[in-house]
Write a new protein. Structure first.
Length: 221
């Protein structure tokens, strides 16, 4: 399986001076893009960065800690992308929510190495760690947006915010992982991932009684 859109295109790095930690993080991200998070060793990351096998221990305990840093950086970028898409809920919550879904798919497509490190490394996302905090901040964008959209449902039809957020997250992540990713694991679908996600979320919301002022869901775009 190829984990990147251009497998083998990355060149071995030569580290001479500067920020060793950043050089190692970038080397790990490139290796994840080529081989997946389980496809390389700590020593290989050092060689890829052009440093000795002992050099990474100045900044990271082991390979998992290095990958966790890559994943945390990914969640930071993810949070930024989702926040930009939400844009305070303008011009309406439904349209902004649709943009969040599209941003989710775009991130999976455009940042396959980060996406893999974030969700496929098998690392525990512990609260209080840099990875845990970055992951929580990204999820909070979706949760807060869900809370706004939920207010447009009749009170008797409103699921708990966390439950509704997890439902939508599951839909988004499933479609991104199966059909929207930017590597060879992407599966073909007769409709675009964006249209598939939009229709899935719309069906879910309609099941909760969501409708616009005229009785029809507003057009997201």
């Amino acid at each position: 399986m190829s984990w990147s859109k251009d497998r083998g295109s990355s060149k071995r790095r030569g580290y001479h001076h500067g920020n060793l930690k950043e050089a190692l993080i970038e080397a790990a991200r490139d290796l994840i893009g080529e081989k997946g998070p389980a496809g390389f060793t700590f020593a290989e990351a050092a060689r890829f960065a052009g440093v000795s096998a002992a050099a990474p221990y100045r900044h990271f305990r082991d390979r998992d800690e290095l990958i966790a840093e890559v994943a945390a950086r990914g969640f930071e970028r993810f949070e930024t992308a989702l926040t930009r898409a939400w844009n305070g809920g303008a011009p309406n919550a439904y349209a902004a929510y649709d943009r969040i879904g599209r941003a989710y798919l775009a991130f999976a497509r455009d940042e396959p190495a980060y996406f893999s490190a974030m969700f496929e490394s098998g690392l525990a996302v512990e609260p209080g760690t840099s990875l845990g905090r970055a992951s929580e901040r990204a999820f909070n964008v979706l949760r807060d947006a869900t809370a706004v959209l939920r207010e447009e449902l009749l009170a008797k039809n409103r699921p708990p915010v966390m439950m509704m957020s997890l439902h939508i997250w599951s839909l988004s992540h499933g479609i991104a992982t199966l059909f929207g990713r930017g590597d060879s694991a992407r599966r073909k679908t007769p409709i675009s991932p964006e249209d598939l996600l939009e229709s899935a979320v719309l069906i879910y919301l309609q099941g909760l009684g969501f409708a616009g002022p005229d009785g029809k869901p507003p057009v997201p775009r």
